[in-house]
Write a protein of this length. Structure first.
Length: 312
């Protein structure tokens, strides 16, 4: 199996295949999103099992944020207005698709919505885990900023307009800082080592540069898995259960392929069997992978809890 493509880093293990290219028509009065971008009825739209295929296609032009909610869910009523506000402020760079999980069980099952509110993004037809539960507005803004960066790395940089809206002069986007621009250029060329150096230099200039820190973690992972063969890596790890490099590579490949819990469990199992004086590199790699997925993600919270129990 070959290396996962860029952007697979944060994909969740959800299965949306049954909802692709479905021929079912929308319900009466319901407007599906246009397949090719362009204009949409609204930047905030209600989506059903029947119309979700069009939303997947729309995500090839612009990132789509999926808000899984229900009428009975109190935290949903806190989070949804924040999502709508931030999406509208971004002026068509994101679209919000609202899914009532009670009315759309196939979508709820496809996204494995074990608790709500649950927010997932779609980039080029692929799911990107975001967060579960009600979160503050600033955290929503930070996560959306990272989503736009991830979408750009995958070539999804379009915008959509609203049907009937007066066209507005598009504000000029501020240019990327030089080192960030160099990193993006290197990523597009597949030169991950150069991108790593650019992000490291950006952090040396400004240690609080959150975008550089997030980009550095992602590109380091892409560099580690570039050209790796998954089956060969698994065979090597099975033959050497305590070999750090062998176990690290499989964990990286699992994470890059969306098997987040498998990656965490592998490293936690390794941590548990190593002598105390050999555990530090495993803990460091776990913390690095936690940062890629996000501290609020329930899989990270569970893995952190297990790590703490192993430490103490």
């Amino acid at each position: 199996m070959s290396t996962p493509p860029p952007g697979a880093v944060m994909r969740g293990a959800v299965d949306l295949s049954s909802l692709r290219n479905r021929p079912q028509p929308p319900a009466p009065g319901e407007q599906p999103a246009p397949a090719g971008g362009g204009a949409v009825p609204s930047l905030v739209m209600d989506v059903t099992d029947a119309t979700f295929g069009a939303v997947l296609e729309l995500s090839r032009t612009v990132p789509v944020v999926v808000d899984l909610w229900a009428e009975w869910c109190g935290p949903c009523k806190q989070l949804s207005p924040i999502l709508e506000k931030v999406v509208l402020e971004l002026g068509g760079r994101l679209v919000l698709a609202k899914v009532d999980v009670d009315a759309n069980p196939q979508l709820a099952q496809g996204f494995r919505a074990q608790s709500i509110p649950m927010v997932v993004a779609l980039v080029a037809g692929q799911p990107v885990p975001m967060f579960t539960g009600a979160v503050p507005e600033q955290q929503v803004r930070d996560v959306f900023s990272q989503l736009l960066q991830l979408a750009a790395q995958n070539g999804v940089t379009g915008t959509v307009a609203v049907d009937g809206a007066e066209p507005e002069a598009e504000p000029a986007e501020p240019p990327l800082p030089p080192l960030h621009a160099e990193a993006f250029e290197a990523i597009e060329a597949g030169d991950y080592r150069r991108a790593i150096t650019a992000y490291e230099n950006a952090l040396a200039e400004n240690p609080r540069d959150a975008d550089a820190r997030a980009g550095l973690g992602q590109v380091r992972l892409l560099d580690r898995v570039q050209g790796a063969d998954l089956q060969a890596a698994r065979d090597a790890a099975a033959a050497a259960p305590t070999d750090l490099d062998a176990q690290f590579l499989v964990a990286d490949l699992d994470l890059a392929g969306g098997h987040v819990e498998d990656a965490f469990d592998r490293l936690l199992d390794l941590f548990s069997i190593l002598p105390a004086d050999e555990r530090a590199p495993v803990r460091e790699r776990l913390l690095e992978l936690f940062g890629l997925i996000g501290d609020a993600d329930p899989r990270v919270l569970a893995a952190r809890g297990r790590l703490s129990s192993l430490l103490f």
